[in-house]
Design a protein around this ligand. Structure first.
Ligand code: SAM
Length: 282
């Protein structure tokens, strides 16, 4: 059907994101020790402005993620919506800043592929086993559950099913919870994404939502404070030395192209802090 074809095109975007991240890290824009296990080939060259765009995206997201973990002293959960082949869990494990539990959600088909990579590549499976207390991980084709990492196949447009699955894997609404959506909500209708964002606000009394997207999309209902920075601004506030370092990696002809690209995207984050833990100051 048409909607199956549309969903298939959406699922394919997870390879685009990981392939671009794989390429940029191979050039030295930032370090990701695990993306190679999800995307083996470095693949075709990407234009420098694309690499710089991804650099800003990943650095900007990481800054906010790390700020939340620091604020909550890791006594929190992270839920990565539309996680694709994202490697954040493995980075947090390496940097010793793991939340209590890290959840990932994506379409069952993507989740099955990710589980296959995890099962067959020790650098991916070891951190899960090391942080797991009992002998066996809970595993079936469309989900994997360990003490600190869980991946769930679900459609983000079906909220009752999503809620039920998150409950089944012991999400705790009482814990401060960080939701991530990196280039995900744009694939839903405005109504579907606002329902999702509202459900988070209604269900989690202390939460932060970080969304990377095209501008003019994030909806604020139910959130106490919403911030948005376009990527031009994010790029300009990243540590100068590191930006100078990556700008030396590849020559960029036309700065204007990069500026146009960065202006189309933004990182937004919204916070609610019913228990006054001070999350609002991130
Ligand atoms: N967040 C990852 C990143 O930035 O590297 C992947 C981004 S990729 C552009 C979009 C991801 O969202 C894909 O993995 C896709 O399968 C997932 N996605 C989009 N709509 C979804 C839905 N309705 N339910 C579950 N996953 C969805």
């Amino acid at each position: 059907t048409d909607s199956d074809t549309a969903d298939e095109a959406v699922r394919a975007t997870c390879d685009d994101a990981s392939t671009c991240k794989r390429f940029a890290t191979s050039k030295g824009y930032w370090t990701d020790l695990h993306v190679q296990y999800f995307v083996r080939q470095i693949g075709e060259r990407k234009a420098p402005e694309i690499n710089r765009g991804y650099y800003g995206r990943v650095r900007g997201m990481n800054l906010l993620i790390d700020a939340f973990l620091k604020k909550t002293q890791c006594d929190c959960q992270v839920v990565n919506l539309g996680a694709g082949l994202d490697t954040t869990f493995w980075r947090l494990k390496d940097e010793n800043i793991m939340p209590k539990k890290f959840f990932e959600v994506d379409f069952p088909m993507i989740v099955a592929r990710k589980i296959h990579h995890i099962k067959t590549k020790p650098p991916l499976s070891k951190p899960l086993i090391e942080t797991h207390s009992t002998d066996s991980l809970r595993l079936d084709g469309h989900s994997l559950d360990s003490d600190r990492y869980c991946i769930i196949g679900a459609d983000l447009r079906d909220l009752p099913a999503l809620e039920e699955k998150l409950k089944k894997f012991q999400i705790n609404p009482e814990l401060p919870t960080l939701f991530l959506s990196e280039c995900v909500l744009v694939y839903m209708t405005a109504e579907q994404s606002s329902k999702l964002v509202n459900w988070v606000a209604d269900t989690f009394p202390v939460a932060m939502f970080i969304n990377y997207e095209q501008k003019e999309r994030f909806l604020s209902a139910g959130w106490e404070s919403v911030n948005a920075l376009d990527m031009m601004t994010v790029y300009s506030v990243l540590p100068r030395e590191d930006v100078a370092r990556i700008e030396r990696l590849e020559f960029l002809d036309e700065r204007e192209l990069l500026q146009q690209l960065l202006q189309h995207y933004c990182i937004c984050w919204a916070v609610k802090d019913k228990l006054s833990l001070g999350e609002g100051s991130i």
